[in-house]
Design a protein around this ligand. Sequence first.
Ligand code: SAM
Length: 257
Amino acid sequence: MLIHGDCRAVLPTLEPASFDACITDPPYGDTSLTWDRQVTGWIKGVSHALKPNACIWVFGSMRSLVGVFAEMEAAGFKYAQDIVWEKQNGSGFHNDRFRRVHEHVVQFYRGRWRELFRAPQMTNDARAKTVRRKKRPAHTGNIEAMAYTSVDGGPRLQRSVIRVANMHGRAIHPTEKPVELLVPLVRYSVPPGGRVIDPFAGSASTLVACDMAGVTGVGIERKAEYYVRANERLERGWPLLSVGPTPASKTEGGSEV
Ligand SMILES: C[S@@+](CC[C@H](N)C(=O)[O-])C[C@H]1O[C@@H](n2cnc3c(N)ncnc32)[C@H](O)[C@@H]1O
């Protein structure tokens, strides 16, 4: 479900303590472009809508997150962990700096960590390895005998650096985040049948990820154009994932895809 409006006005009207998590991507405010302005005051509203034991995942650049940390602390949220989204190519605003090919996603929480829903995510890419173990042979004089045991690869904990291609050429929003990046965040932090709020919904990627993970997503989007496009996307269903009918123009958002 998507709501059209300014999240700072909408959030206080939502049922209190009715969401398990917030997963969101506010404008970063990293450039002098008119649309790229950091929004303050939304964390208080999210705090009202979240359950006492709940978490917030926020996308951002290091610079945009400085202000977010301060607001989180004031609202009673603590830092939990951060992950890095590594893209295949970057969106450098400056050609005299390192080419920027990553973005941060930070998790904050309140309540007791032990009581917070956490479902560690696994990937199936542990490398197969051969372990060499010394055998203790019956005393034949051949003291160098070895046994070689092959240990297969298999599941391992998802790494904190997640490489997913960005949405260039496929996006319906200029800063659209790939659903493949959002699904592990939802599965990690939202119990089955749980509810997620995204106050900066953009193209509704978080809502699509929630749908794929079997939980309920509620989004808020201020700009009418994106609200309409996001609703069209949701109506098409997630088999089409992030493929949109028109290439996005660079008009609003936090960081380019
Ligand atoms: C960085 S984009 C989010 C992109 C989204 N993650 C996606 O994958 O499509 C931020 C969005 O927040 C919207 N926005 C900015 N200020 C807002 C506000 N006060 N309330 C609601 N939406 C807002 C912008 O119009 C923009 O679509």
